[in-house]
Ligand binder design. Structure first.
Ligand code: 13P
Length: 251
């Protein structure tokens, strides 16, 4: 049985319009509704345009709101950007940072990610910091080296461990249907804990990359895997709930 509370996160990426997003959020919240508190944390990270409306729909439900990415500054002349405090205004408790779609799609460095983590934690958000090797890194046998470097460089010196989650997301496993074996995930999660040092045992380390209802059970039965970060399978309420429900017992 895991020592740490499990965390199931939906990353909707740039999917969902107002009507479809609200239907999805309401359906997930309805499935999660229970007389007893959920034995795990369930988080929805919609696109920024839906955050307010989804937050309203989640009021009074056990489902928590999160955001996707933020700027390093609290405010300023940054056209198109959003600050961590703005996500707090919208009711967010979590934020996804350093996702590979930001690192590789927007050229974000680990140093920038660390600045964002610092800003988001200062605003009171729990930061889900993504790390992961590319297919080329994997082929070159450089997974451990890349993960160690990304973890070290993506966290600020004064990181608040109570507000920290690390998501191991191999880039080659995102949206491809491919996945490392649970054993390979465990090796990387243990490495992440080692790099984190004395805080390693308390920080939640979750896995992301082609998680589906069919494979979530084999991942989530492992003590080392504290949860999952789900992309495309989180866009279906029943499917996402089926993933979450695999950790109903044993959390
Ligand atoms: P998929 O679940 O679609 O592979 O996406 C994973 C991901 O990037 C979650 O952040």
């Amino acid at each position: 049985m895991s020592k740490r509370r499990r965390l199931i996160v939906a990353n909707w990426k740039m999917y969902g319009r107002l009507t479809s997003g609200l239907v999805l959020a309401r359906d997930i919240a309805e499935l999660a509704q229970s007389d007893r508190p959920l034995p795990f944390d369930l988080v929805l990270c919609p696109p920024a345009t839906l955050t307010w409306a989804v937050g309203e729909a989640l009021q009074g439900t056990p489902v928590v709101l999160g955001g996707q990415d933020c700027h390093t500054a609290t405010h300023g002349a940054y056209t198109g950007d959003l600050s961590a405090a703005m996500f707090v205004d919208l009711g967010c408790r979590y934020i996804i940072l350093g996702h590979s779609e930001r690192r590789y799609g927007h050229g974000e460095s680990s140093e920038l990610v660390a600045q964002k983590v610092e800003a988001a934690q200062l605003a009171g958000l729990t930061t889900i910091v993504c790390v992961g090797e590319t297919a080329a890194d994997l082929q070159a046998g450089a997974t451990a080296e890349i993960i160690e470097k990304q973890v070290r460089e993506s966290l600020p010196k004064n990181v608040k461990t109570s507000n920290l989650v690390i998501a191991y997301e191999p880039v080659w496993a995102i949206g491809t249907g491919q996945q490392p074996s649970p054993e390979d995930v465990i090796v990387v999660h243990k490495l992440i804990r080692k790099v984190l040092g004395e805080i390693g045992e308390t920080v939640r380390v979750i896995y992301g990359g082609s998680v589906t209802p069919a494979n979530a059970g084999t991942l989530l039965r492992e003590d080392e895997i504290d949860g999952v970060l789900v992309g495309s399978a989180s866009l279906n309420a029943e499917g996402f709930w089926a993933i979450a429900a695999t950790c109903q017992q044993g959390s």
